[in-house]
Design a protein around this ligand. Structure first.
Ligand SMILES: [Zn+2]
Length: 297
């Protein structure tokens, strides 16, 4: 999933000798200290953000490496003119109980960049939006993949706030200076269509109630499917078809719900003919029949 977060830039000035070596490892032509302006960025941290998400502390070192060499642009417009800076070094820093990725970036002095540098020095160009791709997001309450468990980000469960824990860094993208504060919200777009779960879409579009109703139905459906499989296995064993329980179970797992229903009906009829007295036992109660009716819309 693609993630977009806010970060902050801070002016630094001339590079040290070590920094210049790292910069020159990335630059096409060798640069001298006077040609380069260095600034630092605070990128992702492991604190819970306003989207009720946080980066896993153990994911930060891997993510930090992925940011080296990534370019900085203005306003997320992806074109050569807007590529204004480049990250040449990153480090995970722990401060006041929070771990974060600190990045150092450089830009060339001269021309239009002087204005950009002046803005950073003056603290005007400060808001930065960073993008990366993470392989998984876990629920902080139960540890399941977020969106599969029914817990909701931002809600409390027994006094514990639910948040998404972003793990398994896959890639890091450009960072972007967000021009004016009014556009900050736009900078936090979580890359539309970038692998959003149904749950995230529901949160975004205020359809949480519909999502919960669907989720409940899906749970009920799973339960029904399980009961259907068990019924078919029981019937198969009762009919003494020659297949053992393991074989029947593994066949049922891959069969479609329609096939399972057809099998259950056919085998039940067959068994009713053979053993008229046991049919009530094997039918497995009315609850399953009601659930089934609920799903045959
Ligand atoms: Zn959960």
């Amino acid at each position: 999933m693609k993630i977009q977060k806010e970060a902050a830039a801070e002016g630094r000035g001339q590079p040290s000798a070590v920094q210049l070596d790292r910069i020159n490892a990335l630059a096409k032509t060798r640069l001298n200290p006077e040609q380069v302006y260095v600034f630092s960025l605070r990128l992702c941290d492991d604190g819970v953000d306003r989207d009720f998400e946080r980066f896993d502390t153990e994911a930060l070192p891997g993510l930090a490496k992925l940011f080296i060499g990534k370019t900085g642009i203005v306003d997320h417009r992806w074109s050569a003119e807007n590529q204004i800076a480049r990250i040449f070094d990153t480090q995970v820093v722990r401060e006041k109980g929070v771990s974060y990725i600190k990045a150092w970036a450089y830009t060339r002095r001269g021309g239009g960049n002087e204005e950009f540098i002046a803005d950073i020095e003056a603290g005007i160009k400060k808001e930065v939006s960073v993008g990366c791709a993470m392989g998984s997001c876990l629920c902080s309450i139960c540890g399941a993949e977020y969106g599969t468990c029914g817990h909701c980000k931002g809600e409390s469960y027994d006094g514990q706030l639910c948040c998404g824990i972003l793990r398994d860094p896959v890639d890091a993208y450009e960072f972007s200076f967000v021009a004016v504060p009014a556009q900050r919200e736009a900078g936090v777009i979580k890359a539309a269509g970038g692998g959003k779960s149904l749950k995230e879409l529901a949160d975004q579009f205020g359809a949480q109630a519909e999502y919960r109703a669907l989720y409940k139905d899906a749970q009920l459906g799973k339960q029904y499917r399980k009961e259907l499989e068990q019924a078919v296995v029981r019937l198969g064993l009762a009919l003494e078809l020659g297949a053992d329980a393991d074989v029947l179970q593994s066949l049922c797992k891959t069969a479609s719900a329609e096939d399972l229903m057809a099998l259950r009906t056919a085998w039940q009829e067959k068994l009713d003919q053979q053993l008229p007295l046991t049919c009530q036992l094997l039918r497995g109660g009315d609850a399953a029949a009601q659930v089934e009716a609920g799903f045959l819309i």
